[in-house]
Write a protein that binds this ligand. Structure first.
Ligand code: DGY
Length: 320
């Protein structure tokens, strides 16, 4: 190995991140910012000691099995690691890390934006103004769903879920949550714990998803689960598209069971679900939960901190 390990940065990260990486590593940077096929990832792995990817690069079991033995660490620029087959990478003795904490504020901001925008018909209102067809006002015009005083159900009371709970309290929402384990009272801050998702659904005028996509949570928001929500509920997803059965979501939007949805994540990314576009009560964003300058720098630096620790012979803080 050369004095400086060779690091492949698979996407165009923030300028500050790239400057630090270039100072400390032999870097191969994807300035063009396109995505890579499995074959391209496998081919590149022969040239590098470490990979710093985003959630857009897939390290499934097949890729993990074929990565060159030279690769010692995958230091993800994401908190979610559903694009990595962790057991398969562990079997190859490849260390995997992620970037928790640093994106919680930005992601909760987008969740609140989606919640408010879905509740108060932002897509429809924006369209009326933008197309110049707003020619009518009455007390019954564009009436939405009030957030203040409503009940918010949070699925996944981890770091992002806890920030979301704090933001929601600022709107006087009553916070309920499901988590695999009940969190400590000082983190709970009065939020009401439900030991099943099913129980949470029934009290969630608004439901916000903040859990990882795992085999256990994939498709958890299916027809039966969505049917448990109160009539007119609003669903918000800033976690992963895989959590929601999108056909079931469309059915519940069409039937009026859900009054609105706010989505930053989709089963197919990039692209999303074209069928959603016909519904102005689905407020959509293109997976930008963590997309602020401050957070992108923090994610890049956290990924580099993990690499630095690894190459210094220490256990990275965010080793999975
Ligand atoms: C994450 O960190 O998991 C975000 O979805 C961006 O990749």
């Amino acid at each position: 190995m050369s004095a400086k390990p060779t690091l492949w940065i698979t996407r165009r990260l923030s300028d500050a991140t790239l400057a630090r990486a270039t100072r400390d590593y032999q870097v191969i940077i994807n300035h063009a910012d396109g995505t890579f096929s499995a074959d391209e990832i496998i081919a590149m792995s022969a040239n590098v000691d470490a990979i710093l990817p985003c959630h857009s690069e897939l390290f499934n079991a097949d890729v993990a099995a074929k990565l060159d033995a030279r690769v010692k660490i995958i230091s993800n620029h994401s908190v979610g690691v559903d694009h990595c087959d962790l057991p398969a990478l562990k079997a190859r003795d490849i260390t995997v890390t992620n970037t928790p904490d640093v994106l919680s504020d930005a992601t909760a901001e987008i969740a609140m934006l989606l919640l408010l925008g879905a509740a108060r018909r932002a897509v429809e209102g924006d369209r009326l103004m933008r197309t110049g067809v707003w020619d009518f006002w009455s007390p019954s015009f564009m009436v939405g769903k009030q957030v203040s005083g409503a009940r918010l159900g949070i699925v996944g009371m981890g770091r992002v879920g806890q920030v979301m709970a704090r933001r929601a309290r600022g709107f006087d929402m009553d916070v309920h949550y499901y988590n695999r384990n009940r969190v400590a009272p000082e983190l709970e801050q009065g939020a009401i714990y439900h030991n099943t998702v099913e129980s949470l659904m029934g009290v969630s005028d608004f439901l916000s998803l903040h859990c990882p996509a795992t085999p256990q949570t994939t498709g958890i928001m299916d027809k039966d689960m969505l049917a448990r929500l109160p009539d007119g509920a609003v669903l918000v997803n800033t976690a992963r598209g895989a959590l929601i059965d999108e056909t079931a979501l469309l059915d519940t939007i069409t039937s009026g069971k859900l009054s609105a949805a706010g989505l930053d994540c989709f089963q197919a990314e990039p692209g999303g679900n074209p069928a959603f576009a016909a519904h102005e009560n689905i407020f959509m964003l293109p997976h930008i939960g963590s997309a602020t300058t401050q957070t992108r720098d923090a994610m890049g630096f956290r990924a580099l901190d993990n690499l630095d620790a690894f190459f210094a012979g220490n256990t990275p803080k965010d080793q999975l």
